[in-house]
Design a protein around this ligand. Structure first.
Ligand SMILES: Cc1cc2nc3c(=O)[nH]c(=O)nc-3n(C[C@H](O)[C@H](O)[C@H](O)COP(=O)(O)OP(=O)(O)OC[C@H]3O[C@@H](n4cnc5c(N)ncnc54)[C@H](O)[C@@H]3O)c2cc1C
Length: 461
């Protein structure tokens, strides 16, 4: 009889794993959210809110229902943690398969990416000299939320996940749904409940082993992100800037960024987003983000604001609805920065996630220095520039790359080994955004999928 793998969470990682394992295992997927549609959890923020819109959700496909599907490799050389760096190096061989599962249309993502990066570097060279280089995010034009394979047994609206154990192994998993109580024998358990869900699931699952999940949920990193200034470029570089901002390649497109590094080694990046005015107004930036990230009835309600008539908002709407870029030489600078200090954390109580997030003064100082550096690099190129000099955390919100709520490493105090196995268990694993220990400025989806495929291969073995 085939071995059974139970996966908790039908989000990005859970779906990639379920699809990768379904030929070799009986796969059971347990999802907190509903079978159809998505729900949003109740959230409490003792310090800073993540943002004005929802940045994760529950349901089939998890946050792949909300995401923009931009694919970028997290460069191992941009990571300081030796164990995580080695994991990324090992997971590099899964980039093509991971990108294909995340809708990249070409034959080889890695080959296409190398070519695109080359093109983007040439465009950047036509604009100016960028000391820390450039990078690019690849967006497949056709995308849909992920789903577990039809062969997997899926349970939705799942609560009260419990395990029976024998020594260091789980032997059986039980759960409740509105229809009643259920259970199944299990040879493997993988927790993929996302950066906010996984710590709570681990607390319940590890209790019978007598393992204290310890630091699970204490420590959380994200990408603080926000519009921080405007630049108007001369005609001589306008074409290069426009293509650097958005490069259309038929079935996929690239949005590129300038890499930035602070003196103390933190990384960040800056995107150029077309706009019409040089007005550097935080309330308009917030409204633009609210409108861009909301959908359905919420987006309609948000559209009723008088701010919709602001030229920058009109240009954004036209470019989104028609796919046409308004000809402009004026750009907003969208900054995204790295967090390495794992302060704060997440805690689940019933249906409420308490998310303790903040941006430290040291991080704000590092981001300010990166932004200053960028504007200095562009001082001789841009016609005019306006930049936020006193960056406060009001200007920055969550980039929705919630990560790092579980520790991975070689120390006994790290909950997971580099193979993503819960230490002192024989058959319990974790794979999702919670295991991302550092993330430079890179969106996390591709890396999560690569790590999921790496884990799937190890489980098969
Ligand atoms: C608006 C937006 C745009 C984004 N754009 C990009 C992008 O362009 N590129 C990119 O790389 N990333 C992007 N992201 C981030 C990306 O979507 C996430 O990094 C990724 O989905 C995280 O995957 P995950 O598997 O860790 O978690 P999720 O996809 O959130 O999945 C976790 C799943 O576990 C379930 N779950 C939680 N608790 C439990 C429980 N107790 N029991 C059972 N199930 C549970 C949840 O319901 C959910 O289905 C974006 C995010 C947002 C919000």
């Amino acid at each position: 009889m085939a071995r059974r793998c139970v996966i908790v969470g039908a989000g990005l990682a859970g779906c990639v794993l379920a699809n990768a394992l379904s030929d070799d295992f009986e796969v059971t997927v347990l999802e907190l959210g509903p079978a159809r549609g998505i729900t949003y959890p109740r959230l409490a923020f003792p310090r800073k809110t993540l943002g004005v819109v929802n940045t994760f959700c529950h349901g089939r496909g998890g946050t792949s229902n909300l995401w923009h599907n931009g694919l970028i490799p997290l460069r191992p050389d941009d990571v300081g943690d030796a164990t995580f760096k080695a994991m990324l190096e090992d997971a590099a061989r899964y980039a093509d398969r991971a990108a294909a599962m995340l809708h990249f249309p070409g034959e080889s993502y890695s080959r296409s990416f190398a070519g695109l990066l080359n093109d983007v570097e040439s465009l950047a060279a036509g604009i100016g000299t960028f000391a820390d280089g450039v990078d690019t995010l690849v967006y497949p034009k056709h995308t849909t939320p992920l789903s577990p394979p039809s062969s997997a047994e899926c349970a939705f609206d799942v609560r009260s996940i419990r395990v029976e154990t024998s020594g260091e192994r789980i032997t059986r998993v039980s759960w409740s749904t509105p229809e009643g109580d259920h259970s199944a024998d299990a040879d493997l358990l993988v927790v993929s409940a996302g950066a906010f869900g996984t710590p709570g699931v681990l607390t319940d699952v590890l209790e019978p082993f007598g393992i204290d999940p310890g630091k699970a949920g204490s420590g959380f990193i994200d990408h603080p992100m926000g519009f921080v200034g405007k630049l108007r470029f001369p005609k001589s570089v306008a074409d290069s800037v426009a293509q650097f901002g958005l490069l259309d390649r038929g079935d996929h497109e690239c949005r590129s960024m300038i890499r930035l590094r602070s003196d103390d080694g933190l990384l960040g990046c800056a995107y150029f987003r077309p706009c019409l005015s040089m007005n550097n107004d935080l309330s308009i930036y917030k409204y633009k983000s609210l409108l861009g990230a909301s959908s359905g009835r919420k987006r309609l309600r948000n559209a009723l604001s008088p701010r919709i008539l602001h030229p920058d908002i009109v240009s954004e709407i036209v470019s989104h609805t028609t796919g046409l870029q308004i000809p402009t030489r004026t750009y907003s600078v969208l900054f995204m920065g790295e967090q390495r200090e794992r302060v704060g954390g997440v805690h689940t109580d019933g249906d409420t996630h308490t998310i303790d997030w903040g941006i430290s003064d040291a991080e704000l100082g590092a981001y300010s220095s990166m932004i200053d550096g960028l504007f200095n690099q562009l001082a001789d190129v841009a016609e005019t520039a306006t930049v936020t000099r006193d960056l406060t955390d009001e200007w920055l919100w969550s980039g929705a790359h919630h990560s790092g709520t579980v520790t991975v490493g070689d120390a006994d105090s790290d909950l997971l080994t580099a193979d993503l196995q819960v230490r002192n268990t024989a058959n319990v694993f974790v794979c999702d955004a919670s295991v991302i220990q550092e993330h430079s400025y890179a969106n996390t989806g591709l890396t999560i999928a690569q790590l999921a495929l790496r884990l799937a291969d190890a489980l098969r073995r």
